[in-house]
Design a protein around this ligand. Sequence first.
Ligand code: ZN
Length: 227
Amino acid sequence: MNRLTGLLCLTFAVLIFAAAGPAWSMHEQGKFHKKKNSKIEIVYPPGAPGIAAHFKSRLGINGKSRDAGSLHQGIDIKGPNGQAILAAADGMVLEAVVDECWGPTISIDHGNGPDGGKIIALYGHVGEMLVEAGHEVKRGQLIAKLGDNQNRYKCMAGVRHLHFQLGREYQTDKSDRWGNEYFLEDGRRGLNPHLYWVDGVRKVTCFSPAKIYPADYLAYPLPCDRQ
Ligand SMILES: [Zn+2]
């Protein structure tokens, strides 16, 4: 092999490597994107506790499959015993009751959302409840704390967390109902909370007393003070 042939071989080798390289990395990028896409679109501000079970997830907070056909109708956020739970917007407490499966749960009428439809929020699986039916609440107000009751109520699946769910229609027929259907007529058709954050779609917005909020959007129901 003379010097020219050697050079040509080397050039071919480089070309083949270069052609193969991008194909491989595009494939990897594609995988990364797909994985990223299932979660990313949610932007968390610094210190915001992450969502452990997402809206419409097929998995429960304990990582196991949910009952057949039941998609998650809210978002789940874990916290320690005593974790503060905040009102996501101004509103009126509809109920603060202990559901046999959900445990202590607060429902709040937050008035109309930016789309003109009513927003009723469920703050489910809490411990101590600090508000009662009929109370007016302000955005960011401490309404409850998470408790040490995750093994007492079946719907908590042994994991201490807040279940935050939105709906439009208050359930007035309480007979023989439990869980989201006790509180909401559309309990099995939850609204996507990521459409309603103050900072924009999928942009979790933490409450800060210094910030001015438009009335019809929501703030995150936990304070953003996690390290
Ligand atoms: Zn949940």
